[in-house]
Ligand binder design. Structure first.
Ligand code: ADP
Ligand code: MG
Length: 250
């Protein structure tokens, strides 16, 4: 479980995150939705310590990350897996080397233990025969799966995925969404997924947080999102459904 308490962050005069409190639950895919520029990525960067919030606190399993020293933070960071926007695989490394990278950096495993763990992770994301390929030689969907394999290599307790479906077709997006959800349940990870894809909400929205202009406007589950009385949320839901129906007609 991760708890955010009254997180605020400004850049100059611009208040980007305004007093957000939220709890991400263990064993669930917790979704953050909102329009582009609403603050989803900044909130997540504040959560993992890539950006320092101006005020508020972040608790990992009850422990206050915000007041920890560098060494204590390092321990928590080892328990965090990240799949950030753009995928960010190392182009000059093979698929297997990409997945092994965090093991080399942060574990004390022997070479054969690392190699076994790489096999295990690639198998889990249904990529058995891609070890020696380079990122440029595989499809966008496969690259995301490598990214997921790398993010889970160290068996994280917490997993953050920023727009894991960006650039993917709808069918591949559903596969990636479901893979993230299955891995979350199997390993009882606290997973946070940023998305603006309503299909994702319907597939994996155990818990959904809606952010509008830096404020938390709504939280609930996929089952009650369509009858929301929050106008800003209805606009987002309706706009994306409208877009889809227009797209399907063409
Ligand atoms: P999104 O919801 O699309 O992920 P972001 O969290 O990336 O939105 O950005 C929220 C707002 O914060 C935007 O207005 C963005 O321009 C601004 N912003 C993000 N990062 C920085 C930064 N490092 N410096 C200044 N402004 C930033
Ligand atoms: Mg973003």
């Amino acid at each position: 479980m991760i708890e955010l308490k009254n997180i605020s962050k400004s850049f100059g005069d611009l208040k980007v995150i305004d007093d957000i409190s939220v709890t991400y639950e263990k064993g669930k895919t917790n979704l953050i939705i909102g329009a582009s520029g609403s603050g989803k990525s900044v909130l997540t960067k504040c959560t993992v310590g890539l950006i320092e919030p101006d005020s508020g606190s972040v608790l990992y399993s009850g422990e206050d990350f915000t007041t920890m020293n560098t060494n204590q933070r390092k321990q928590i960071r080892k328990e965090i897996g990240m799949l950030f926007q753009g995928g960010a695989l190392f182009d000059s490394m093979t698929v297997a080397e990409n997945v092994m990278f965090p093991l080399k950096m942060h574990s004390e495993m022997s070479a054969s233990e690392m190699s076994d763990r790489v096999d295990e992770c690639l198998e889990r994301v249904n990529l058995k025969d891609a070890h020696l390929k380079y990122p440029s030689e595989i499809s966008g969907g496969m690259q995301k799966r490598v990214g997921i394999a790398r993010a889970i290599a160290l068996k994280p307790k917490y997993l953050f995925c920023d727009e894991p479906n960006s650039g993917l077709d709808p069918a591949t997006s559903i596969l990636i969404d479901n893979l993230i959800k299955e891995i979350t349940i199997e390993n009882q990870i606290t997973t946070v997924v940023i998305t603006h894809d309503m299909n994702s909400v319907m597939e994996i929205g155990d818990k959904v947080i809606f952010i509008y202009k830096g404020k938390k406007f709504w939280e609930g589950s996929k089952d009650n999102i369509f009858n929301t009385e929050v106008k800003e949320l209805a606009d987002l839901v309706f706009a994306s459904n409208l877009m889809k129906s227009i797209r399907n007609k063409n």
